[in-house]
Design a binder for this molecule. Structure first.
Ligand code: HEM
Ligand SMILES: [Cu+2]
Length: 654
């Protein structure tokens, strides 16, 4: 009945694991308690859990990302402290537990922090930037979200029931095969990624179709805001790259469950096939994450320099070039595999080539700022901080792309330093800037500036101290994923890195305080104009928070930076008669499928086949019944639209 689930699955093997489980459970209980105490269940169900509104879905994605950032960071700082304590000593994490922690940290940060953050910002912002009322498939959007939550739920529950994978975020066989790793951990990893990957694919299709089909009156592709462009390219890459991951996971699951031999060392299998497929997804993934962050930086730089983007077209072409090349460099992740030097040279050169369009972008931003009327808003801090740090990370990447250098640095903390150097300033700074930039659009009030800047300094210096020493440690020969360290010379640098992690912690606390203070002072921080930054793109032309239908009347498009043009030339983007609006209805189906997908994953992980079968059947039934539901929209009639709009624009009293 319970398959592999038994008493052993409870985390009594170490006090720290027990602590993690307790925090997870108490967190869940606290949320349930608060919702019950304030009688918020009905509100939550009607307004959020069943919604198909792209804006609310976007906000829920970002909430998920921020929660998972806290979890992922807790793992990160724990590893930093452990390593500092493990120089010629035992540290405080058992080897096996340390492995779980780095596997969970990497998987969470990539799949359940960065990806939802991207999807959340894209969901919220893209329809508003192109003058659309919603995405093309609102229900599918909700479904994608709940599948992502189901995956995140599996990772979180692994803290309480069973263990997480010990095979790293990359899950390489042979170590991740059943012969060497027979617990539930690797299965948790496989199914969490599988389910959420499904959601990601659906949401990429959705966003892509939206951008292609839902642009307001004749907006040309070459008039789209840069953020929308970068989301578009990221979606193209998702559709090229994710199938490789899905296939790799499916084959690995098959090896584990049915003893097939895709990746076994003997019997005709070859585990380098897994590495190949994993990185066919894994390298493009980096660009899936970083392109939208580039998009945010572009929006911030133009707005706060009060100028059109310097070289909009070159930036778009650079993005397209990156989209293509990003799928052609994956072998640089295993130069040491033993392929021929010629093959390595090809991929090494391709890798260096990708630095060129990326470098072009840095100049686009710098020249946009040059002679601009710059306002140093907190989002500009993240942007400038990014430019400084990202260039360092880019150079160490080019270094790594030289196969001969890579042979020396492969699997050392030099690599750990390099990718955090790309992904914290490049991706995370961008997303945080995006969160702070669009927050007033979502909630109608700004975030507190002082705490925003403090958070930046915490992250900026924290990053430098936490990760720059790892370059040195890597060159001194410290392997990544080391749970014990035997070189006394490494102690000092590991202490510095721990100090850096503490500074990052302060940065995170400042972000939380910022949110708290801003909500408390929301009346002073209220933005009545809908356009607090003197923005340039369409989302700033509507009231804040954006109304449920986004645009009461479809906006005119006046070329690039439509809203800035409209303000300059004193043109009203919205004129003409109102007409009725079709809106997507709420539906519990997405949420129910998400819950069922979670149970399906749990059932497969623990070999509770009855649970898996029932959940799968439930998903099937809900999907089919949803297909036959012809009443998925409701109408707001023209008179009501007119009344609501005039009220929000302050033309009549509320
Ligand atoms: C916020 C502060 C962060 C800290 C203190 C931190 C710390 C660490 C540490 C100590 C490791 C293990 C290094 C080793 O193998 O020796 C690690 C690995 C890793 N981190 Fe982070 N990290 C942070 C943020 C992030 C972010 C934002 C991401 C991605 C979005 C990320 C992705 C990864 C990945 C993919 C690994 C490799 C895991 C593996 O080896 O399987 N980290 N991090
Ligand atoms: Cu790569």
């Amino acid at each position: 009945m319970l398959g592999r689930l038994n008493y052993e699955a409870l985390p009594f093997y170490s006090p720290i694991a027990l602590g993690g489980a307790a925090v997870t459970l108490l967190g869940a209980l606290a949320v349930v308690g608060i919702l019950t105490w304030f009688k918020l269940w009905g509100w939550l169900w009607r307004n959020w859990l069943t919604t198909s509104d792209h804006k609310k879905i976007g906000i829920m994605y970002v909430v998920l990302a921020l929660v998972m950032l806290l979890r992922g960071f807790a793992d990160g700082i724990m590893m930093r402290f452990h390593q500092a304590a493990a120089v010629n000593g035992p540290g405080f994490l058992e080897g096996d537990h340390f492995q779980q922690v780095f596997s969970a940290h990497g998987s969470i940060m990539i799949f359940f922090m960065a990806m939802p953050f991207f999807t959340g910002l894209a969901n919220y912002v893209v329809p508003l930037q192109i003058g659309a009322r919603d995405v093309s498939f609102p229900f599918l959007n909700a479904l994608s979200y709940w599948l992502t939550v189901a995956g995140a739920g599996l990772v979180l529950i692994s803290l309480v029931i069973g263990k997480f994978s010990t095979a790293g975020w990359t899950g390489y066989p042979p170590y991740s095969l059943a012969q060497y790793n027979d617990g539930v951990g690797v299965d948790y990893w496989i199914w969490a990624l599988f389910i959420s990957g499904f959601g990601t694919t659906l949401s990429a299709i959705n966003l892509m179709v939206t951008i292609l089909r839902r642009r307001a009156n004749n907006m040309l592709m070459m008039e789209m805001p840069v953020f929308t462009w970068t989301v578009f390219c990221a979606c193209v890459i998702i559709l090229i790259a994710f199938p490789a991951l899905t296939a790799a996971l499916a084959l690995l699951a098959s090896d584990r469950l049915f003893s097939t031999h895709f990746f076994t060392p003997g019997d005709g299998g070859n585990f380098m096939n897994f590495a190949n497929m994993f990185w066919m997804w894994g390298h493009p993934e980096v660009y899936i994450l970083v392109l939208p962050a580039f998009g945010v930086f572009s929006e911030v730089v133009t707005t706060f320099s009060s100028k059109k983007l310097f070289g909009y077209k070159t930036l778009v072409y650079a993005t397209l070039v990156i989209t293509v090349i990003s799928t052609l460099v994956w072998v640089h992740h295993f130069f040491t595999m033993g392929a021929s030097p010629k093959l390595n040279a090809v991929f090494g050169i391709a890798t260096m080539v990708i630095g060129i369009p990326t470098g072009v972008k840095v100049f686009n931003w710098l020249f946009t700022m040059y002679r601009g009327r710059i306002r140093m808003h907190s989002t500009m801090y993240w942007t400038v901080g990014f430019m400084v740090l990202f260039v360092i990370g880019g150079m160490t990447g080019v270094l790594h792309a030289i196969p001969a250098v890579d042979f020396n640095l492969h699997n050392t903390t030099f690599l750990v330093a390099h990718f955090h150097n790309m992904i914290i300033p490049g991706v995370l700074f961008g997303y945080i800037a995006g969160y702070q930039y669009w927050f007033p659009k979502a909630f109608g009030f700004q975030l507190d500036e002082r705490w925003g800047k403090r958070a930046f300094w915490g992250w900026f210096f924290g990053f430098c101290f936490a990760f720059l020493p790892l370059y040195a440690l890597g060159m001194m020969g410290l392997p990544r994923r080391s749970s014990l360290i035997f070189d006394e010379d490494m102690r000092a640098l590991l202490y510095v890195a721990s100090g850096g992690a503490v500074l990052i912690l302060l940065g995170i606390i400042c972000l939380l305080v910022q949110l708290y203070v801003s909500i408390r002072n929301r009346n002073q921080l209220r933005d009545a104009t809908g356009d607090p930054w003197d923005g340039r793109t369409l989302e700033w032309s509507i009231p804040s928070p954006a109304p449920s239908y986004n645009f009461a009347r479809s906006p005119k498009v006046l070329g690039l930076d439509t809203w800035a043009e409209a303000k300059e030339r004193n043109i009203d983007l919205y004129s003409g008669p109102y007409s009725s609006i079709e809106m997507p209805k709420s539906s519990p189906a997405g949420f129910i499928i998400g819950v069922a997908a979670f149970l399906l994953g749990f059932g497969v992980v623990f070999w509770m086949w009855w649970l898996a079968v029932i959940s799968f059947a439930a998903i099937f039934i809900v999907v089919v019944s949803r297909m036959f539901n012809d009443h998925s929209e409701y109408e707001i009639d023209a008179a009501e639209v007119a009344w609501l709009d005039q009220q929000q624009r302050g033309e009549i009293a509320p």
